[in-house]
Design a protein around this ligand. Sequence first.
Ligand code: NDP
Length: 252
Amino acid sequence: SSAELSGRVAVVTGASSGIGEQIARTFAARGASVALLARRVGRLEAIVKDITASGGTAASYPVDLTDAAATTAVAGEIARELGDAGIVVSNAGIMLPTPLGDLNPPDWSRQVELNIGAVNNTLIAFTAQLVRSAAATGVADLVNTASFAGRSVFPTFSVYAASKAYVIHLGNNLRAELGPKNVRVTTIQPGIVGTELQSHIADENVRTRLAATRDTIEWLIPQDIADVVAYAVGLPARVNLPEITVLPTRQT
Ligand code: NDP
């Protein structure tokens, strides 16, 4: 039904654009109360306004997720204002190809600090809420956005790919602790999705090569991923999809 997520409090990180924005909109359309986390306040507020105008429930929580204390503080605000999170989608991430011949230490660090660090900070901030929510309602969900890159080899994407391999392995290990507490852990591993992600690539050769794949591959759109995530968290409590790979049909 259209209200299959009603009564659930959902936290989505990286909700100001791309995949996270669409997950937030889709959860709200299915009845969840959604907390949107990212840094760009204006973007978050515009999306919240839109969701509210279409009858949904949402609120924005601007935060830099690389800041552990700030992330924990926001988690406390969410619990007080919306209730314990029963769905947490840890989705914020950045992809900055780092060719070794042109090594860019700041880009290397940014990917580690966000793709690994923010996932850790989010986990630390929200695990207690997920466990309480699962005890109260029978199920809760932690969804982490990794990437197909986390299980493949893409020259120049080494640090990005390794950061996403961390997310996949982390999820499979967390599942062993959280599953018995009725907290499902799902790692979503998308192939290429058209978002702002590609526009942050500084290396022009890499950006051009990536863009050229549109000539042969119809890229996914954020709604494709949002639909799959909404499906996973809407399943009966006994069913968990630990890893979901979603690829454009023509991407190999
Ligand atoms: P976008 O660039 O559109 O989204 C990234 C999101 O992360 C934005 O909302 C951004 O918001 C947020 N973000 C970045 N830095 C921070 C920070 N320090 N604190 C809080 N939020 C932050 O890209 P996508 O939607 O494509 O990416 C979403 C996830 O999907 C990422 O983890 C990405 O690696 C993954 N992915 C994407 C694929 C693709 O082809 N697009 C393929 C596979 C995986 P703000 O700037 O407002 O903070």
